[in-house]
Structures are given as structure tokens and as C-alpha cells.
Design a protein. Structure first.
Length: 275
């Protein structure tokens, strides 16, 4: 597969997510000569990746001979107000701005850009670092089919991509897939802790919890069966798994209620941050 764009790509921010995207683009065949990276202090892994491909990060990009085809905004939300207005000056009529900054709305970018500029807001998640992320994007009305296809290819270099037309849904996406890896990691912590409580040594408890979660995730990834069917396949009536699920699936105090409350809280906080 060869990832192609007409023109240059300006990546602002080479942190964990930005460098993961960059690695994916280079692996998919995007030419290093088409990439410009802006980051005043890229982390060591990003610096190593850049050096491998003859690239260096610039502290700031004040001007370009031609407007970039894509500006990918991967800086931390807290420095966005400082960084983005300068980036906006580089945008041209055919530039699409692709943001992966959490809590930043399309309107917050559009106010700095020329009228009619194409903007895509996207929410990836941290498994993107190993090419197994899921990203949901939402375009504004100015994004062309060609620009959406380019963004789809860029985001597809780090995992799966889905699209929505209603930006309000990004809050729910953030609560499910954006924050979701933390829920899974915490489940792993809890499983290991419970293993210690029933007598296992901490090292073995950690190993069992970690490999059980990652193995189950891989099985779910490879299987055509739904999660409910895979769960039922492990559960014998009256057996040990059945006994555990009676606790986890209790409607009034079990996992369904806790997950609903957690996702609702995350979605609410996402809406608050976007104001």
C-alpha cells in the first residue's frame, strides 16, 4: 500500500499520538520529503524516528513556499491557543485541517481560519501506538470527498476509522473508545488484585491478569462472533464462570450499572471541556 497526498503534510506535535501517526504514515509509504514536523521538544522516540527518515522537527514553522495539503494538529489542548493561530496562517484554500486534540471543537479551529476552510475533528485512542487504534472523525461542511479520503487514509495508518456527521457524538465517542483503554487497564489491575486476594503471588497474578485480558482481546479481534456469544461459550451453567457472572451482571450494582455511570461521566466531562 502506498499513502499518497498531493502536496505537503504539516504535523504539529510529535508526542505519543503524533509520532505514532507519523510512524504509520511512513510505513504506509508517505514520502518523508512531503512531511514537515513542528515540535519544539520532540520526545526521544520521535527524534529517533525522524532521524531514521532524514527528518528533523522545527520549533516553529513561520512560512511555507506553498500552503500544505494537510495540517495535522496533534498538540496538547492546553497549548492549542498558543500554537494554532500561527498554524492557521499557513492554511490555503485547498488545505484540510485534521485535529486529534481532545475537547477542541470544529468551531474553535474555524474561528482562526479563512472562511470555508476544511476542518476534520477526530478522536483516536492510545492503541494507535501499536497500530490497533480506533478513530472516529467528523468533517465540517467544507471538507471535500477527496479531503475526507486523505484524512481517512492518514487515520487508517494507526488502526480502524469510522465517521459521524454530528459533532455532538464525539463526546460519546470520547467516553467509549477515547477513554475506554483506561477502563480495560483498570479492569486488568482489579483482576490482578483479586487474584492476590484469593492467594496467588503478585507476580503470577499480574501475569495471569495481563495475558488473560490481552488474549481475550485478540480472540475478540479475530473472531466473527459477538462478545456476548464468546462470553456464553466460556460459561457453563452452574459452573465457576457462571457464579462470577452472577455478581458482575447484577443489574442494580454490577458491571452494567458501573459502566453506564462511567461512560456517562466521561461524556459529560467531554462536553464541559469543549465549551
Amino acid at each position: 500500500m502506498s499513502l499518497r497526498i498531493d502536496g505537503t503534510l504539516l504535523l504539529a506535535g510529535a508526542g505519543n499520538m503524533g509520532s505514532a501517526m507519523l510512524a504509520g504514515w511512513l510505513q504506509e509509504g508517505l514520502k518523508p520529503a512531503q512531511i514537515i514536523v513542528q515540535d519544539p521538544a520532540p520526545p526521544p522516540r520521535a527524534t529517533e524516528l525522524l532521524a531514521q527518515h532524514g527528518l528533523t522537527a522545527q520549533a516553529a514553522v513561520a512560512s511555507l513556499a506553498d500552503p500544505p495539503a494537510v495540517i495535522v494538529v496533534a498538540v496538547k489542548p492546553q497549548v492549542m491557543d498558543e500554537v494554532f493561530p500561527l498554524l492557521a496562517n499557513l492554511a490555503g484554500n485547498s488545505t484540510v485541517v485534521l485535529s486529534i486534540a481532545a475537547g477542541r471543537t470544529i468551531a474553535s479551529f474555524a474561528k482562526h481560519l479563512p472562511e470555508g476552510t476544511a476542518v476534520v475533528r477526530a478522536m483516536p485512542n492510545t492503541p494507535a501506538a501499536v497500530g490497533r487504534g480506533i478513530t472516529v472523525g467528523v468533517p465540517n461542511a467544507h471538507v471535500t470527498a477527496r479531503q475526507r479520503a486523505i484524512c481517512d487514509a492518514l487515520l487508517g495508518a494507526i488502526g480502524e476509522v469510522s465517521w459521524v456527521d454530528d459533532e455532538n457524538l464525539i463526546d460519546a465517542v470520547t467516553a467509549v473508545s477515547g477513554s475506554g483503554p483506561a477502563y480495560v487497564f483498570y479492569l486488568t489491575e482489579c483482576l490482578a488484585d483479586a487474584a492476590v486476594k484469593v492467594g496467588l503471588a503478585p507476580e503470577l497474578a499480574q501475569k495471569l491478569a495481563r495475558i488473560t485480558v490481552t488474549g481475550s482481546g485478540e480472540l475478540l479481534h479475530r473472531s466473527d462472533l459477538g462478545a456476548d456469544v464468546l462470553r456464553q461459550n466460556v460459561t457453563s451453567p452452574g459452573g465457576t464462570t457462571f457464579a462470577a457472572l452472577q455478581v458482575l451482571m447484577a443489574e442494580d450494582h454490577g458491571l452494567p450499572q458501573l459502566i453506564r455511570e462511567a461512560v456517562t461521566a466521561a461524556a459529560r466531562r467531554s462536553r464541559e471541556l469543549a465549551k
